[in-house]
Design a protein around this ligand. Structure first.
Ligand code: BEZ
Length: 196
């Protein structure tokens, strides 16, 4: 299995900063088990969330990997999530936890003005640079696209040390609805999952 921990510790895009924004688009939206100074709903431009990354260590096993979220480039799209203002030392344990293919990448975030209506969720203007953990298609745990019903079936069958893969998807869909975020891939997968 690949281990990206050491690579990530070289990826110090915010050297010298006392605090940085970490943008969560997957489990970090609904499970932030680290200290943060502040959190704000936000989105990033040019990306879409996909269940295309294999999970051999958290939501599956090497014999029966699960699937978890990563991002793919999609011009004109936006991806909603949750931004956390953290001190940089918070990243070290995340580097270890997400070592199965995720690399730190710098992104531009836009904060959602929490007073705007659901229909206007993409109308924020306040921006900042931030960090994501990205599993790109060249990492060995990348599974890529498959028919939605096959992805849902794989998720329904997979379990790992962090629990059932099903819970990851359901928790994500619930959290996205709470944010008022649209995500056709996630909501279609959630619907498919309910068959299994
Ligand atoms: C996220 O929620 O953004 C995330 C969580 C784990 C690995 C990569 C990304």
């Amino acid at each position: 299995m690949l281990d990206t921990t050491a690579l990530n510790q070289q990826r110090n895009f915010f050297e010298g900063h006392a605090a940085i924004w970490l943008f969560g688009y997957g489990s970090l939206i609904w499970k932030a088990d680290f200290a943060y100074l502040e959190r704000r709903p936000a989105y990033i431009h040019g990306w879409e969330r996909r269940f295309w990354q294999g999970s051999h260590d958290h939501r599956g096993t090497p014999e029966a990997p699960g699937r978890v979220a990563t991002l793919v480039r999609a011009e004109g799209s936006i991806c909603h999530g949750m931004a956390y203002r953290i001190t940089p030392e918070v990243l070290a344990p995340l580097d270890v936890r997400e070592k199965n293919g995720y690399l730190r990448e710098k992104v531009a975030l836009t904060f959602v003005d929490e007073k705007t209506s659901v229909a206007e969720k993409s109308s924020g203007t306040e921006q900042s640079e931030g960090l994501i953990y990205l599993a790109s298609e060249d990492n060995p745990a990348f599974l890529g696209d498959a028919p939605l019903d096959e992805i849902a079936q794989q998720i329904a069958n997979a379990h790992g040390p962090s629990g059932p893969n099903r819970d990851y998807l359901v928790n994500l869909a619930v959290a996205l609805r709470e944010l008022g975020a649209k995500d056709a891939h996630i909501f279609a997968l959630e619907k498919q999952l309910s068959q299994f």
